[in-house]
Design a protein around this ligand. Sequence first.
Ligand SMILES: [Zn+2]
Length: 68
Amino acid sequence: MTASDSKSRKEMMSPLNETVARPSMCPFCGGKAVDTLAKVITVTTYWRCRECDKTWTIASQTPSPRRT
Ligand SMILES: [Zn+2]
């Protein structure tokens, strides 16, 4: 009986390797001219808006609950 087969599967499910959809607009000004230098798009990919020149990542763009 071998019980170690399911262990190696978890490495392929790393959230950093997940491909995500490219943002359709800038979260700051709503401009559609967003650009990136990354070849692989992940949640930590930096995006830049050509209209307001701000940068962001999808990870930081996702609203997270904050305690005040
Ligand atoms: Zn913008």
